[in-house]
Design a protein around this ligand. Structure first.
Ligand SMILES: Cc1cc2nc3c(=O)[nH]c(=O)nc-3n(C[C@H](O)[C@H](O)[C@H](O)COP(=O)(O)O)c2cc1C
Ligand code: SF4
Length: 439
């Protein structure tokens, strides 16, 4: 079922919505005016809670509940908009900024007001140079019209918004590494607790939300909770901008109500349009590289937080990567873990060493086609040692591709072992120690 109106990708309803004058003509910044003039910060927090808005950055945590964690009476407070968007397969934040930037800035402004913050930062992935300029221009237009700055609309409320570009590190999307980076330090995660709401940027109470999350806020304020809840499901209200990629006829971003099935997203002529060359689906990674894999027997999984979790994976960032039967599971695990190895920040041993060894063994198995039973045991051993022992979720995510591959497609590893025959000497332990010696 296609949406008759979009909540976030409004350029599909109003093609020039990225133009400031068009945004204003279509009610732009009126939700902020309403929030400032007619509502209190507490009322806005309650509205966002009632709407059931859930964070789109990965965990699906209820946004209003998160805002409610701020300690009372502690100031200054900061709002950080997370636009690091480096999860493989995820590209909706970039489109929102490119096509509908003013809605994001208005969402940042309303949310900052709701949490009683006078300073907000938009942390951008380093490579998004043009998008950063787009946002800076949108911010300048809002200042020029009196929606940002001092004594906004004569209400006494002050707000400044800054765009900060990182240097292109995936780990800087993790909220505490993001804050370290913003403070000018090396982008490595902090220990939690304390959570950012209590001690975040410059040790002050801080809220971090994703671009898509914050872009949902103005329509909630403008049109109300009941309208928002008319989309999606009871527990996952609203819409999600799914980034669909892989062996799909029509890859792209699709804003759709939560709860439609994976099959609908892939095969509907309006969305994915089916598989390239009509080949069968083999693997679906439903929430970016960090999500456990699904297979073609799970295409009726509803795309909402609960449905994907019940199927054994996670909706994550909503990056749905669909792969056909030409893809070998060991190769896919290798490519994914190569990414995690490259992006590991090196702070903790299980992730730094684990990703290194996963890639080293997987390269031999998947790319060179040499494997022994010992190698397979070694791969199981590495991921078991990593799981639950990494300092942050990057390391835990690196476990997912290899675990999925070994669990769902053990036969493909066995096939490599069988093909290797006598061509590979020694067991996995021996092979590893040779690698160590040559490191
Ligand atoms: C390695 C790693 C990378 C992440 N990258 C992003 C990112 O690019 N954008 C994002 O919004 N959240 C990212 N997150 C999740 C954030 O830590 C945080 O949960 C999120 O920004 C909260 O926003 P939300 O409540 O609106 O979902 C990442 C988490 C991890 C562990
Ligand atoms: S799990 Fe990886 S990314 Fe996270 S702190 Fe450890 S080394 Fe860094």
């Amino acid at each position: 079922m296609a949406l008759t109106e979009h909540i976030v990708m409004r350029e599909l309803d109003i093609p020039d919505i990225g133009d400031y004058a068009v945004y204003r003509r279509n009610g732009g910044w009126e939700a902020f005016r309403k929030a400032l003039k007619e509502q209190t910060p507490a009322a806005i927090v309650q509205m966002v809670k009632d709407a059931g808005l859930r964070g789109r950055g990965g965990a699906g945590f209820p946004t209003g509940v998160k805002w409610g964690f701020l300690p009372k009476g502690v100031f200054p407070r900061y709002l950080l908009c997370n636009c690091d968007e480096s999860e493989p397969g995820t590209f909706n934040n970039h489109q929102i900024i490119d096509r509908n930037p003013h809605q994001l800035i208005e969402g940042v402004a309303i949310s900052a007001f709701a949490i009683e913050s006078n300073t907000a930062y938009i942390y951008m992935r380093g490579e998004f140079a043009a998008a950063a300029i787009t946002l800076e221009q949108a911010i300048a237009q809002a200042y020029a019209d009196g929606f940002l700055g001092k004594n906004i609309l004569g209400t006494g409320y002050d707000l400044d918004i800054y765009v900060h570009r990182g240097a292109g590190a995936y780990i800087c999307g993790e909220e505490t590494a993001l804050m370290e980076s913003l403070e000018g330090k090396i982008g490595q995660p902090r220990l939690k607790p304390p959570f950012p709401a209590v001690a975040g940027l410059y040790s002050k109470p801080t809220i971090i939300n994703n671009v898509e999350t914050l872009a949902n806020v103005p329509p909630i304020i403008e049109k109300g909770v009941a309208w928002y809840r008319s989309f999606g499901t009871e527990k996952s209200p609203g819409t999600k901008c799914f980034s669909l990629s892989g062996h799909i006829n029509r890859p792209g971003n699709y804003e759709l109500p939560f709860g439609l099935s994976l099959r609908e997203l892939i095969y509907s002529p309006e969305y994915g349009g089916g598989m390239k060359g009509d080949r069968p689906v083999k693997i679906v990674i439903p929430g970016g590289a960090s999500a456990p894999w699904l297979t073609n027997s799970q295409l009726d999984t509803p795309l909402d937080y609960e449905g994907v979790a019940a199927a054994g994976s996670m909706l994550g960032s909503g990056a749905v990567i669909v792969l056909n039967d030409t893809v070998k599971a060991p190769h896919l695990a290798y490519k994914m873990d190569e990414f995690f190895k490259h992006e590991s920040c090196g702070k903790c041993t299980p992730c730094r060493e684990g990703t290194h060894w996963l890639v080293k063994v997987l390269h031999r198995v998947a790319e060179e086609g040499h494997a022994t039973e010992g190698d397979i045991k070694t791969l199981h051993g590495i991921y078991n040692q990593m799981a639950g022992n990494c300092f942050c979720l990057l390391g835990e995510s690196a476990v997912m591709p290899i675990k999925s591959a070994l669990t769902l497609f053990a036969d493909e590893f066995e096939e490599i072992v069988a093909r290797s025959g006598n061509g590979h000497v020694g067991n996995g332990k021996h092979a590893i120690s040779l690698e160590l010696a040559g490191r």
